[in-house]
Design a protein around this ligand. Structure first.
Ligand SMILES: [Zn+2]
Length: 308
């Protein structure tokens, strides 16, 4: 249990809730649209919540993006060939808007709402191991036992996520749901997670009193696995039916991972891993059939001492 009176932590004054960063992920897009007209459920006493509908141009055409992935465009050091891309100027506009909305700095925490075609359930995508994020993960698991967190921490890589504008916060990614579809249960659960995140920040600002689990699982990036591909670069095999929908479940050596159109089966070679984003529609173009992770057991009880 985390003790109260954590007065030395930095209070959070501005929080960003973003949706529609991918225009065909309706859960976040419609929640952002709703909250832009009525943000009463997002108001808390100790901080301001700002709502962003990130990529309305992509939403209008029900595509993930217009020119390039907005959620890979918040990386100032990136060398960009197509620098007239709509999403790059959109990323710059969003940063400017945030600076003025948040008193000259970036938000203290960002929650970016996505959806996934993979069977990820109620998932969080973290990009770091900040005590804030791990404590919030514990807080959410106390309330939603089926929340899982994937730590997308690729060595030597800065993906340029919207979330990278703040070290606190993460993407909330609930599925499976098809792109361009409103799935009420996914929308309701996403909103519930957002509300709980805001409740946590209210506690963070005044001292965390809620009981927390002593340990939480964290699924840490090991590597992406691409489809077998032919000379035309298209997949020459599919995710095997026995792997489909088994996100966050152990994959043992010798278990099937791909099924060829000729019936051939590819087996998993290597040690036990925990796959995530299995057969995510948006990742065919990114060369990812699924991502394998290591399951880490994170101790929450001692985290308070690491707060700064
Ligand atoms: Zn997305």
């Amino acid at each position: 249990m985390i003790e109260s009176g954590v007065s030395h932590i930095e209070k959070i004054r501005h929080v960003l809730v973003a949706g529609g960063t991918h225009g065909n992920e309706y859960t976040g897009a419609f929640l952002a649209r709703h909250w832009l007209s009525d943000d009463s459920s997002l108001k808390r006493d100790s901080f301001s919540t700002h709502v962003l509908f990130s990529n309305q141009e992509a939403f209008k055409i029900c595509k993930r993006y217009v020119d390039r992935d907005l959620n890979r465009s918040f990386n100032p050091s990136e060398t960009v060939s197509n620098n007239r891309a709509l999403e790059l100027s959109r990323a710059r506009d969003i940063e400017q808007w945030l600076l003025s909305a948040c008193g000259g700095g970036m938000p203290g925490a960002i929650f970016d709402l996505h959806s996934t075609t993979a069977n990820m359930g109620k998932s969080l995508v973290l990009t770091n191991r900040e005590p804030f994020n791990l404590l919030l993960l514990a807080y959410l698991r106390q309330r939603f036992a089926d929340v899982n967190a994937y730590l997308w921490e690729e060595p030597n890589s800065q993906p340029g996520f919207l979330n990278s504008l703040s070290s606190k916060g993460f993407a909330i990614e609930i599925g499976p749901v098809a792109n361009g579809v409103l799935h009420a249960e996914c929308v309701v659960n996403t909103a519930a997670l957002v509300h709980a995140c805001l409740d946590f920040i209210e506690e963070w600002n005044s001292g965390i009193n809620s009981p927390l689990p002593s340990r939480v699982p964290l699924y840490c990036f090991r590597r992406h696995v691409d489809y077998p591909r032919g000379s035309d670069n298209l997949p020459s095999a599919m995710v095997h039916p026995e792997l489909q929908n088994r996100d966050f479940q152990a994959l043992q050596p010798g278990e099937p991972v791909f099924l060829g159109f000729d019936g051939s089966v590819t087996l998993w070679e290597g040690d036990t891993v925990w796959p995530v984003f299995i057969n995510e529609a948006a990742y065919y173009e990114k060369g990812i059939a699924f991502t394998v992770t290591d399951k880490l057991d994170v101790e929450i009880s001692g985290l308070k001492s690491k707060l700064s």
